[in-house]
Every structure is written in structure tokens, then in C-alpha cells.
Design a protein around this ligand. Structure first.
Ligand code: ZN
Ligand code: MN
Length: 501
């Protein structure tokens, strides 16, 4: 039997506020402060302490809601979700049950995977609600004791729940990457999964398919929830593992029951945790210490503050400048690069002339995109610097592209020149002259080099004579080596052809 995976996600995003959700303690990351120093009577659940809602957290939730095209109601309220655990000192979590801050929405994603059966996918957002995080248990490695750090207790989270709209692990991963990109670009969260600022639970069931690929039943099979996936790779691997595991269970007539599982990164398997509570077990009831929240004003104010979203920026980079889809994706995914690239393109139009630049838009964008995203980005990674710290001005980078575009330097020396630009922060034409990197060889000098190559390599000459045109590139390589890259490839080819005859 064939099956299609039906996948939904629940994502907790840590909001980038100064203080916690219901008190004025600092909202810090693990390791940023000594344990139990960012705490107060409210976030440690002392009797009589009263919560007060952090207005900035509400603003960020509204911004995220608009970015996901969520319907935002006029009123929201908070509820107590009751359960006992040492990391939850009050014995309940303040969350939202039936009136969350964000209702139904949607997010469009592009799946960048050759084997993907769907490339453009619309994922429904079921809801998103505000809630406080729990504290952090630290278990001694030998299992003898557990310590609790309450610094994280009460920090603000936005829990985003999706519809079961994903049909492959790759789609789930693409969604999370897009969500991270959005949260960062609108300043709602740093959304770094490794740091726990974005955490994902995934639920998955299998739908049996008829031979023609249509669903063989109407109702969904029991779903398995995989908890606490803390990297994109973990999400992808855990879901792939579950597809295989559940397929085996159906094929052997022992179908899976609804359950919760954990992901064991080292062994690459999911493991049984506990049977899932229904929401009735939490005995949700309205939080008596917080009044319902009127969202009307703040909702409209934040709508007007929503900046351009990554998807629109990617489209704009492609349409306006001619960047490839992959280059545009890189520029948007990496902080600071979009602005830099746009600045380079406008300076480039100055260098080349805007009419000419428009005519050669495609080739200029290809050249610039390649040198930005592979060479410049590569050098910066190597030097452990960000684009914000680079001392190559967009104007100098644009001049560098102009030099390449006009064939004044070859690609190998271009790389040397770019490195010098990063090291010295000087403009490329001066550096090129100073370090003699241009293709400024005298034709007679070049002829000597090519003649020697021909004299010393009769085998290659023979190959050319017997019709192998490609062997000319071998001569180009040899001439480049002999001249330390100053030879112009076209000139070498022409000379070689002429001399061999
Ligand atoms: Zn506090
Ligand atoms: Mn939650």
C-alpha cells in the first residue's frame, strides 16, 4: 500500500522583548546570566503576586499575526493551563485557550528541493497565541539530582499552530526556514533554533492512497506527535523516520495509536514518551488576574508598521534587478545583504550608465549575484566577519563588478583583487594597478609564452590538429600559470590557433 504523510507543526517562538511576559524581569537567553538571577515573585509564582501584560509582547504578536495574514479578533483573553511540573512553580501556565490573539492565517512557501513534488505550497495557520515559557530543569548527568533555573520562566512565547497541510518533511523544513526569516526581518524574534528561540513539535499521520494517488479514506489516521525538535535537520530526519516507522506498522497490520514521541538525535530514532493528554486534562479556565485584552487599536497600529516581508523582497530582487531565485534567496536569508546588494546595483548603474545597465541587466545581475553570494560571502565566512563589518563600500564593489564585466581582469585575479579590497578597504582600480593584476600583457610577451607551450607539448598540439578544439583550454590554463593570471584567455586561444595553424 502507498501512503501520503499528513503533517502539521506547532512552533514556539521566543519574542524579542526586553522583559518577560507578565513581570519586569529581563527576558534573557540561557547562559546570558547566572541561574535564578532574572526572577521575581511574579515569575516564580509567589502567593499574592499579580501578573501584568507586557505591551511590547502584544505588539510583536500582532506584527507576527499580520505577517502570517492572520485574522486578528477584537478581543483576546488569557487562560490558565493547569499541570504540575517542577519547572512550573505556579502549577499552571498562563496561556490562551479559546480566544487567542491571532486566528486563521496562511503562509506561502517555496520548497527548494529537486525531488519535491510540490514547489509552491500554501500552508494554513490555524492560530497563534501568547503564553509564558516554563523554567529550565537541569538534570545531573548521573541522574542523582535536578536543579531548576527559573530565569526562563515567564519569558514570552508565541505559539503558532499550522493546519496539517504539509505533505513531506522537506515542506516542513522550508516552512520553518521561511518562518525564521520572517520573524527576523520584522524584528519579532531572532528565532535561532539552536538557541531554543524557535522550537518545533511536529505531528504526523499517514493517509493510505488508492492506485491513482487519491486518498483511500476520508478520516485521518491517529497522529503521532514528535516533541522538541530543535534544528531544521532534526525536523526533517524525525519526520522521515516516522514515515518509515508508521508505514511498517500499517504494512504489518499493527497500526500506530495516537501518541507522543521524542527524537533521539544520536541514534536517529523517535522514542515513545507518554500518551497524549487531551485539552480537558489541563482544566483550562480564564485567568482571573488578567482582564480581557482589547486588540482593535494595537492591531491597526501594527498593521501600518509591518515592513516588507522576505517573500516580497525576494520577488523584488528578481524583478527589479534580475537576480536569480537562488541569489535572491541568499540575499534575503542573510541579514544585511539585501541592502548591500541593492546599493551595489544602483552604484553599478552609475558606473556603467543606466541605459547600458538596463540593456545588460541579466548578465550584470548574474555576475554581481555570483560574486556577492559565493565569493564575497565565502571570504567573509572565512574571516568570520559579517556583511555589516565589511569595509568594501558598495561603490567599490560596483566598480569591481564593472572591471570584471569589461574583461579588464580574469576571474582568478578577480578573486585576488577582492581579497585585497577586503583587507585594505581601497578602491579596486588602484589595487589592480598596484598589484599588477590586470590582463595587460603585451602581445609579444604573450606570444613568447604560447610559443614555448606549443614547442614543449607536442601531444596536446597533435590533439588540436586532430580536431579537438577543447584542448585550447589546456593552453589557456598553461598560459595563465606561466603569467600568473595576466594572460587574457581569448587572446591565448587566438594566438594558439594562429601559431599551430
Ligand atoms: Zn519576574
Ligand atoms: Mn505551548
Amino acid at each position: 500500500m502507498k501512503y501520503a504523510p499528513i503533517i502539521g507543526l506547532e512552533i514556539h517562538v521566543q519574542l524579542k522583548t526586553k522583559s518577560k511576559l507578565f513581570c519586569s524581569c529581563a527576558n534573557i537567553n540561557e547562559g546570558d546570566a547566572e541561574a535564578n538571577t532574572a526572577i521575581c515573585p511574579v515569575c516564580t509564582g509567589q502567593p499574592g503576586a499579580l501578573p501584568a501584560l507586557n505591551a511590547h509582547a502584544l505588539e510583536l504578536a500582532m506584527l507576527a499575526g499580520h505577517a502570517m495574514k492572520c485574522a486578528i479578533p477584537d478581543t483576546a483573553k488569557f487562560d490558565r493551563k493547569n499541570y504540575f511540573y517542577p519547572d512550573l512553580p505556579k502549577g499552571y501556565q498562563i496561556s490562551q485557550f479559546d480566544l487567542p490573539v491571532c486566528g486563521k492565517g496562511q503562509l506561502d512557501i517555496t520548497v527548494d528541493d529537486e525531488n519535491a513534488s510540490r514547489k509552491e505550497v500554501r500552508i494554513g495557520i490555524t492560530r497563534a497565541h501568547l503564553e509564558e515559557d516554563a523554567a529550565k530543569n537541569q538534570h545531573a548527568p548521573d541522574g542523582s539530582s535536578t536543579l531548576v533555573d527559573y530565569n526562563r520562566g515567564g519569558t514570552p512565547l508565541l505559539e503558532i499552530v499550522t493546519e496539517p497541510d504539509f505533505r513531506s518533511p522537506a515542506e516542513a523544513k522550508a516552512f520553518l526556514q521561511e518562518l525564521r526569516s520572517i520573524m527576523r526581518s520584522i524584528g519579532v524574534s531572532d528565532a535561532d533554533m539552536e538557541k531554543g528561540q524557535m522550537r518545533c513539535d511536529a505531528n504526523i499521520s499517514l493517509m493510505p492512497l488508492n492506485d491513482d494517488g487519491t486518498p483511500a479514506q476520508i478520516e485521518l489516521n491517529p497522529k503521532v506527535e514528535v516533541k522538541n525538535l530543535n534544528s531544521f535537520k532534526a525536523v526533517e530526519r524525525a519526520l522521515a523516520y516516522e514515515i518509515e516507522r508508521q508505514t511498517d506498522l500499517y504494512d504489518t497490520n499493527t497500526p500506530p495509536l495516537q501518541s507522543t514521541r521524542g527524537w533521539d538525535e544520536n541514534r536517529g530514532v523517535t522514542t515513545d514518551q507518554r500518551s497524549k493528554e487531551g485539552s480537558a486534562d489541563y482544566r483550562y479556565f480564564p485567568e482571573p488576574d488578567l482582564p480581557p485584552v482589547n486588540l482593535k487599536e494595537i492591531r491597526d497600529m501594527m498593521r501600518s508598521k509591518l515592513p516588507e516581508l522576505p517573500g516580497s523582497t525576494r520577488r523584488r530582487l528578481q524583478e527589479e534587478y534580475g537576480f536569480s531565485e537562488a541569489n535572491a534567496a541568499f540575499l534575503v536569508a542573510n541579514e544585511g545583504w539585501t541592502g548591500y546588494a541593492e546599493h551595489v546595483m544602483s552604484e553599478l548603474a552609475e558606473w556603467i550608465g543606466s541605459d547600458k545597465a538596463e540593456d545588460q541587466k541579466a548578465s550584470l545581475a548574474k555576475l554581481t549575484g555570483g560574486w556577492l553570494t559565493s565569493k564575497l560571502a565565502g571570504f567573509l565566512t572565512e574571516m568570520n566577519r559579517t556583511i555589516r563589518e565589511v569595509n568594501v563600500t558598495p561603490e567599490n564593489f560596483a566598480e569591481f563588478i564593472k572591471i570584471l564585466h569589461q574583461g579588464e581582469i580574469n576571474s582568478a585575479n578577480g578573486q585576488k583583487l577582492l581579497r585585497l579590497m577586503i583587507e585594505h578597504g581601497a578602491d579596486p582600480s588602484h589595487l589592480m594597478e598596484e598589484h599588477n593584476l590586470g590582463q595587460n600583457m603585451d602581445e609579444n610577451e604573450l606570444r613568447v609564452v604560447v610559443e614555448r607551450l606549443i614547442a614543449e607539448n607536442p601531444a596536446q598540439v597533435e590533439q588540436y590538429k586532430s580536431g579537438n578544439e577543447k584542448i585550447l583550454m589546456w593552453f589557456v590554463g598553461g598560459a595563465m600559470k606561466a603569467t600568473e593570471g595576466k594572460a587574457n584567455p581569448e587572446a591565448v586561444k587566438e594566438l594558439a590557433k594562429k601559431i599551430i595553424g
